[in-house]
Structure formats: structure tokens, C-alpha cells
Write a protein that binds this ligand. Structure first.
Ligand code: ADP
Ligand code: MG
Length: 420
């Protein structure tokens, strides 16, 4: 069975496409083209809003933004992925509640960067003037591979450059840009996000996995060269329709916050894996969450168990990576999937079938990745088995009557920056 492979564009192709879109929409030349990657998380799922650890890599698949400054104080946007012609709004009007749909992810970044404190330089925000921007991307939408952060972060490095803000030149500055992108997504686009995606897109390093500690915002770069071990990371976009994602994400966050509050800690990160049983025993009654929902002890325990064990799995994964033993991480991936499926309850039939079929076809480990309820799964496979595993997953999808999946092979790529 042949399986669709989602191709990553070469930088030249991405730049050409974005530039042509810019010329077509605005009849002028852009000041440049910037791009930012999608990401895939190796392990550490639903930990980023619990003060925990996650371990994403940046994908070779990127979103390209051709952008030029204008002098009329207006933001104009087009995207090859969205029809409907150019969207426009005066810069001063962009903000929470003002922008519907996809432009919120792009224009929202301009708003967030202009907010007081956004640049870390005292109380003043930075002046962001008018600009035109054209977007084109090979990051699949809604596949759990973070096309949203790729768009935000490409716009962020573009604005940083053309308005001479100078944040993209340092890791500290990039952390500030990531914060602005998170605000754009949360407050302007109105989508909940924990920060892993923007951090990966802005702070990852080519050939490395990014250990991101969301408690203090620090990162560590771990060499990640599967090819040297005869291995590859197969990403399977299940193309499952997202079901109830937004409400479920907010509910998981809310339940985790309730559990942490009951245990007297700021976040579940502070629950030591060695003391997990005591913590679970202490979650012995029904709780009212910060959002006013009720959570049963069983649910509180299951969610807590996932978060605490998942953070411990990230630590074990990192130890294996640092010791050059990447071929041994498979069982950690398998355990992560079981925990997400049974304790956190964010999997779905397509993700479970993808993971089981990949494993049955010889994958060393497999798990859902991203928020869940659809999106993508990853499988660690021998380089020689990539096509066989992909075909086995596609055959299993066919048997179950699911839409055909798409795949890509993920090498750890570089962070957002200027392309031309
Ligand atoms: P994911 O980030 O996993 O791909 P999300 O639902 O978080 O999924 O983000 C997808 C949304 O981001 C799209 O529906 C669209 O609004 C916006 N978006 C992402 N990429 C683009 C793009 N190239 N052009 C326009 N909008 C985009
Ligand atoms: Mg997203």
C-alpha cells in the first residue's frame, strides 16, 4: 500500500512561494522572507502547563512569511492556505477580541510584541508600525505538528528584524519572542497553548532535541541524530477529525490545577515521582476545580499519575539520549502512550490503531504526540523499515475504515529565522 509522504520544502522553494504570493497580493517587493518550523514532541505530553518537562524537535517543515514595512499603519495579510483575499486592519485596532480566524495568529504577534514589557526592556512596549505579509507553508494544519506556532514565530522573527528590535539574536530574546507568540495565540487567536510549540519553533537547534523545562523556561540541547543509529522517526498524521479538543484541553488544565492546589503545590511538577503514591492517596475526595467543575478522586488521581510519570519518563529519555542509547527509548514511548490513553484520556481510535500497527510492524516504540483527540503519532523505526511500518499503519487504517493517513520522516531541524 502506498502512503502519502508530506514533503518539506527547501528554503529556496518556500521563499519563492511566499515572495510570489506577496507580489501577487500587494504589487511590491517584500523586505525579506522569514520562516519557522513545525515541531514534533518526542515525549513529555500535557506537561507544559504543569511546570513540567517536554522534549520537542523542530521539523524540516516550515511556514514562510514574506513581509514588508508600509507607512500607513495597517496590517495586511494573505495566506496561500486560506482563501478570501487580503485581510486588513489598522495596527492600533489589533488586540484581544478584535480579530477573527487565522489572522489572529499573525496580527496577534504584532499586538503582543507591542505590549508593555514584551521586549524585557523596561516598561515600554516596542513600536510596531504597518506591514504587509504573505504566508505559505508546508506544515500540515491541525495535525498536532504546530502550524499555529510556526506561523506566529515566523511573523515574530520578521517583525523583530524589520522593526530593529533585536531579540532574535539571543536565546534570552527568543524566549521573550516566544512569550509574545504565546500571548498572541492565547489572547488574540483565542486558543489555549502551553508554550512548548513556540519555544521549539524559536529555540530549537538543528540536529538536536530541545529539553524544555517549563518551570523556569530553561532549555538544554541534546544531540539527536537517529540516522547515526540506523533509526528514523516516522510521524503519522492520522487525519482524524479533531473532536471536542478545546473544551477537553481546558478541562485537563483545570483538573491538574485543582489537584495541585489540593496537594498544596503550585503545579504538579512539584510532586516527586518517588512520593507519587502518597500524593495519590491524598487525593481522596471530590474537588471543585478553579473553573467550578467537580472532579472525582479517580479522575484527579489518573490525571496526576499521568503528569508525574510522564515528567519522569522525559528525564529517563534524556538520560538515554545523553548516554548515546537512543535505540532504547522505545519502551518509554510505549508507556507514554498508555498513560495518555488510559490515565489522561486524550487518545482516540485512530491514534491507538496507528501506535499498535506501527509496533506490530516492528517499531521500537510508538506514541501519540501533541494534544491528542486526533493529530499525529510517532514511531521510532529502523531506517530500513520506514516504508514497511508506514504501509502497515495505512493497511490498519483501511481495515478500520479510517481516512488514509499521511506520513513524514522527521529529522531535527533548525529554529525560526531569516530565510532570504
Ligand atoms: P496545529 O498548530 O496543530 O497545526 P492549531 O489548531 O493549533 O493546529 O492551528 C491551526 C490554525 O492555525 C489554522 O486553523 C489557522 O487558523 C492557523 N494557521 C496555521 N498555519 C497557517 C497558515 N499557513 N496560514 C494561515 N493560517 C494558519
Ligand atoms: Mg497549534
Amino acid at each position: 500500500m502506498t502512503v502519502e509522504r508530506i514533503r518539506a520544502w527547501q528554503p529556496g522553494e518556500g521563499a519563492r512561494r511566499a515572495t510570489e504570493a506577496f507580489r501577487g497580493a500587494f504589487g511590491s517587493e517584500p523586505d525579506g522572507v522569514w520562516s519557522a518550523p513545525g515541531r514534533v514532541n518526542l515525549i513529555g505530553e500535557h506537561t507544559d502547563y504543569n511546570g513540567g518537562l517536554c522534549l520537542p524537535i523542530a521539523l524540516p517543515h516550515r511556514t514562510y512569511v514574506a513581509l514588508g514595512i508600509t507607512d500607513d499603519r495597517t496590517v495586511r495579510l494573505v495566506s496561500a492556505q486560506e482563501g478570501g483575499g487580503a485581510w486588513a486592519m489598522p495596527v492600533a485596532e489589533v488586540g484581544p477580541g478584535a480579530v477573527d480566524g487565522w489572522p489572529g495568529y499573525a496580527a496577534g504577534v504584532a499586538w503582543a510584541m507591542a505590549q508593555a514589557g514584551a521586549t524585557g526592556a523596561g516598561s515600554a512596549g516596542v513600536p510596531i508600525g504597518g506591514f504587509d505579509a504573505a504566508v505559505d507553508s508546508c506544515v500540515p494544519y491541525g495535525a498536532g505538528l504546530s502550524s499555529s506556532a510556526a506561523l506566529e514565530c515566523a511573523v515574530a522573527v520578521a517583525l523583530d528584524d524589520v522593526f530593529d528590535i533585536g531579540l532574535a539574536g539571543s536565546d534570552h530574546g527568543r524566549a521573550l519572542l516566544a512569550q509574545a507568540c504565546i500571548r498572541a495565540e492565547n489572547e488574540v487567536a483565542g486558543a489555549a497553548t502551553g508554550g512548548m510549540d513556540q519555544t521549539a519553533a524559536l529555540r530549537a537547534r538543528d540536529g538536536h532535541a530541545l529539553l524544555y523545562d517549563t518551570r523556569d523556561g530553561s532549555v538544554r540541547h541534546l544531540p539527536f541524530d537517529l540516522g547515526a543509529h540506523g533509526l528514523a522517526l516516522l510521524v503519522i498524521d492520522t487525519r482524524a477529525p479533531h473532536r471536542l479538543v478545546d473544551g477537553q484541553y481546558a478541562r485537563r488544565r483545570d483538573t491538574c490545577n485543582a489537584a495541585a492546589a489540593h496537594l498544596g503545590v503550585p503545579t504538579l511538577r512539584e510532586v516527586d515521582a518517588d512520593a507519587l503514591d502518597d500524593a495519590l492517596a491524598a487525593l481522596d475526595g471530590e474537588l471543585v476545580t478553579p473553573a467550578g467543575a467537580t472532579a472525582s478522586p479517580d479522575v484527579l488521581r489518573a490525571r496526576t499519575r499521568h503528569v508525574v510519570t510522564e515528567i519522569a519518563r522525559v528525564e529517563q529519555f534524556v538520560e538515554l539520549l545523553a548516554a548515546g542509547r537512543v535505540a532504547e527509548v522505545g519502551p518509554l514511548m510505549d508507556a507514554s502512550h498508555v498513560s495518555l490513553r488510559d490515565d489522561y484520556e486524550v487518545s482516540c481510535p485512530e491514534l491507538d490503531v496507528a501506535v499498535e500497527a506501527a509496533r506490530a510492524a516492528g517499531a521500537l516504540g510508538a506514541r501519540m504526540t501533541g494534544g491528542g483527540f486526533g493529530g499525529s503519532a510517532i514511531a521510532l523505526v529502523r531506517t530500513t523499515a520506514v516504508d514497511d511500518v508506514a504501509a502497515a499503519v495505512a493497511a490498519a487504517f483501511d481495515e478500520h475504515g479510517f481516512e488514509a493517513p499521511a506520513t513524514l520522516v522527521a529529522d531535527a531541524a533548525g529554529a525560526a529565522g531569516r530565510t532570504v
